[in-house]
Design a protein around this ligand. Structure first.
Ligand code: TEU
Ligand code: CA
Length: 559
């Protein structure tokens, strides 16, 4: 496979609204990101993905863009952005923008003009259909609840399609004029010097047309979008065009938010000449999901399930391309709360989980606060929920007959707010995130869990992540970790997650004991410890003896 500049990168996702507020309005901003570039550099980051910072009414926290060419004043100015780009570059950090082009905001000029003239140029940028007051074009359920159809403002005889919130009208990718506008915008940012894009909800841009009903999955008579997407063919034409017109000429990095991925599609998506450089591996986060709603989903995922889904994805991507590996992002629970049992949020277990994910083949993406081991937050009553998706799922749980208390308890483990609480910088007021009133309350655990405390401690979760990133760029192991194979080791041994990274003349064994009880594991050869999670490692008789939640990286001399 051809070598690319991003294959050795370590990436970090910033959710700007929750990162650091520098002007006391309670909302994180670009100057906050600027302040923390040294912190990111010391953490060993080379790529920063910024969740959306464009002008937006923030109906879905910026994933509803009203102007693709401007920075929302709440986040700063274009001067701040340019400064950020330049200062990041000085530190060897590339900025990856969030590309949200399945939809825009209903406050975007395109949509306003579509409402003025539904049959005009901009009406054709959207999906607008006639409506007789009774029969909607189809029974698809939006991701945030309710029908995907909403009356077009000013036109009671017309409806428009929104796969997400009604303030996020879908863009019509079948229209070449629309596609041209999108490529122009992408190239404008790439010409400015951004390193690439994370591409939002991209699988949704291709609809199965003409509109028709699918079997209803719930009492609301609506169907899951997945039903329709399974019948939507030909997305590759759009993605190949996007790749050719934007990413390729700029040698940009691109990572797709691709759900519903199938092995047979992988070469087209992330192969040598794929549409994207990489795509996220969501297989573990999809474990235990249930179509009835969050209330019916398993609140945590076992170590065995986590291991099996990682290994299945690794096998699928082997010799095809680079997955991007995560334990969390801005759309769900904190990884340590989701993949570790509630009683095991000790630092050793957090490091183990982080290490196991980080060293898989692919690009590791950390999410802000993951490097501290930040945990799910606490919801005391329904008013504590900010996120639109959680509010909808709470209603779904009530409709299924759960009591208000039970409904809140059932949806809390999945809430997107868990990942969106302010970054915990210090033990001071509001976790050092803001001098004002934070837009979302910080997790009450910040007095004990914060960056300042961890920066001062050699065995902190933060210090461990620094060692992981250092290993990834070390002269000794960078090639093995970037290009080596990933081979499961003792995959049948229960609650042991172990794999080899083999390549460039070296072999590493990555091993984690996914349980509180100790266990031993056979070694594939003579071993030397390269990194551990601050628990004493015992090697003897061709075995490693692991304490509960112990993690180690060993260099193996294979004979
Ligand atoms: O997510 C797409 C997506 O499918 C998820 O939103 C998922 O359905 C949802 O998180 C369940 O709660 C992307 C963004 O990551 C997300 O933040 C946006 O809300 C969404 O697109 C719309 O732009
Ligand atoms: Ca601010």
């Amino acid at each position: 496979m051809q070598k690319k500049w991003w294959q050795k990168a370590t990436a970090y996702q910033i959710y700007p609204k929750s990162f650091l507020d520098t002007n006391g309005d309670g909302i994180g901003d670009l100057r906050g990101v600027l302040c923390k570039l040294d912190y990111l550099q010391q953490l060993g980051i080379n790529l920063v993905w910024l969740s959306p910072i464009y002008c937006s009414p923030l109906a879905d926290q910026g994933y509803d863009i009203s102007d693709y060419y401007r920075i929302d004043p709440r986040f700063g100015t274009m001067d701040d952005f340019d400064e950020l780009l330049a200062e990041a570059k000085k530190r060897g950090i590339g900025i990856v923008m969030d590309l949200v082009v399945n939809h825009c905001s209903d406050e975007h000029e395109w949509f306003r003009r579509a409402c003025e003239a539904p049959d005009g140029r901009y009406g054709k940028f959207f999906y607008i259909e006639d409506y007789d007051g009774q029969h909607l074009p189809c029974n698809w359920r939006s991701y945030f609840g309710g029908s995907v159809w909403e009356p077009l403002p000013g036109h009671p005889d017309k409806v428009y399609l929104h796969s997400f919130h009604k303030k996020q009208p879908d863009l019509n990718w079948e229209n070449p004029d629309l596609r041209e506008e999108i490529y122009r915008m992408m190239n404008w940012w790439l010409d400015k010097g951004v390193a690439g894009f994370r591409i939002d909800a991209i699988i949704n841009i291709k609809k199965a047309l003409p509109f028709r009903d699918y079997p209803a999955s719930r009492a609301d008579g609506l169907c899951d979008m997945g039903e329709m997407l399974a019948q939507a063919h030909g997305i590759g034409d759009f993605l190949a065009e996007m790749q050719r017109r934007t990413f390729a000429p700029h040698d940009a990095f691109s990572v797709g938010e691709v759900f519903n991925s199938h092995a047979e599609d992988l070469p087209a998506f992330i192969g040598e000449h794929g549409y994207f450089s990489s795509m996220f591996d969501f297989s573990a986060i999809l474990c235990g999901k249930n179509r009835d709603g969050w209330y019916a989903c398993a609140p945590t995922v076992s170590g065995e399930e986590y291991k099996r889904s990682c290994f299945a994805s690794q096998k699928m991507a082997a010799h095809v391309g680079y997955l991007s590996n995560i334990i969390e992002n801005h759309d769900g629970p904190r990884g340590v709360s989701h993949y570790l049992p509630a009683s095991e949020h000790a630092e050793a277990a957090k490091k183990m989980l982080g290490g196991l994910s980080f060293l898989l083949a692919g690009i590791p993406f950390l999410y802000e606060g993951q490097e501290l081991g930040m945990e799910n937050t606490v919801f005391e009553n329904p008013e504590d929920i900010d996120d639109i998706s959680t509010r909808d799922e709470y209603k779904v749980a009530l409709a299924a007959g759960l009591s208000p208390e039970a409904a809140l308890r059932a949806v809390a483990p999945f809430s997107r707010d868990n990942a969106r609480t302010p970054m915990q910088w210090t033990a001071g007021k509001n976790a050092g995130f803001t001098d004002g009133t934070p837009w979302l309350a910080p997790n009450p655990n910040y007095p004990r869990l914060n960056a300042a405390e961890q920066l001062a401690r050699a065995d902190s979760v933060l210090a461990f992540y620094r060692r992981l990133t250092a290993l990834r760029r070390s002269e000794a192991y960078a090639d093995t970790l970037a290009y080596g194979d990933c081979i499961p080791w003792l995959p049948e041994q229960k609650n042991l997650m172990a794999y080899l990274r083999r390549g460039s003349g070296k072999t590493l064994l990555i091993v984690g004991n996914f349980q509180p009880a100790p266990q031993a594991a056979a070694l594939p050869g003579a071993a030397r410890i390269v990194l551990d999670n601050d628990l004493p490692v015992t090697l003897s008789g061709g075995k490693i003896s692991l304490l509960g939640w112990q993690f180690a990286v060993l260099e193996i001399s294979e004979s």
